[in-house]
Design a protein around this ligand. Sequence first.
Ligand code: PMP
Length: 408
Amino acid sequence: MSEPFDPLRYRADFPLLSRRVHDDKPLIYFDNANTAQKPQSVIDAVDGYYRTYNANVARAVHTLGEQATAAYEGARSKLAMFLNANRDQLVLTSGTTQAINLVAYSFALPRLAAGDEILVTQMEHHANIVPWQLVAGRTGATVKAAPIDANGVLDLERFEALLTPAVKLAAVAHVSNVIGTINPVAQIAKLCRARGIPLLVDGSQACPHQRVDLQALGCDFYAMTGHKLFGPTGTGALWARREHLQAMPPFFGGGEMIRTVSFDGTVFADPPHKFEAGTPNIAGFIGLGAAIDYVESVGLDRIQAYEAELLAYATAALDSVPGLRLFGRAPHKAAVLSFLIDGVHAHDVATLLDHEGVAVRSGHHCAHPLMQFFGVPATARASLSFYNTRDEVDAFVRALDKVRRLLA
Ligand code: PMP
């Protein structure tokens, strides 16, 4: 028997979580789907790089350059192990947004023609809609969306029916950033593969909360973000099948991505480097390497089990608040709770909660089509992490009661 999960043990690793706000109230950070807090080991890794071996990667043969390169490439290896992937199939990017845009411009654009379709779902983040619209707009292709039900579950039958020969690429969130739905991506990958349709999975919200095994998943592309995984902002990756990476032309040109350059032509480096022009976010990736070490030391399976418990607790607590409407009740769901209180605007909820020390996000969460589906302009969203506690959920619900009494 492993010992019970104790979030308090881990909270101490995150300096920011002991902050106090608004008249010395303890901060309750429930905006983890937006960005996660960073453990001391990540802060130290970034600090240590700048203090002791700041240098550019790949170009320098001096001691600092070698150390920086080893640490930066070491982070790629850690990320590869973390995702059960090969390191030469991981393109390091500034985040999910850049990863999806790379696929849109380098993979999709040259393959699209008038009448073609890209299939997404109703619950996508704008980062998994707008890049497809941009390349579709240049080619006469269109973007269509598979529907979800009232609980926020993807209608898999309809998704399958929409996978017609016109579809040249499908793109699906692994986990919704708004309603927490965990999509059956392995099943979706099977449906797509049976029809020869490449599948991109937006894993931005999955990696911090569950084990992602890219050998098992069966998709063609997987995009992820480092800052939601307790690493620095401006870090992320695109994983892709080797044959795609080989076939795709570079999207950014410049230094670091070439083998030889002359005015007669350029020979590109092998993947993943041919997609990584210019000086990368060295400090950020060194920090992300430390974040992965940290998450592995806690254990993703334990994180997932604890967060599932905390989600059940928080859902029951929110259901006890009169006039509160919860959006998204998928049976497979991450600890993300989008809600509204009757008669109160989401921004007012978030502002008043902030005064009680509770940080939640309000707005459309970069998911206008999902807001349109629910028929609301915005929601408030509490997104939890393994360092959050039941006591914090209780304090959140007390704060919501106050909001309701003041405004509803
Ligand atoms: N997809 C999803 C589901 C997200 O939640 C986010 C971040 N909110 C993104 C994509 C974009 O990630 P980033 O801004 O880090 O590139």
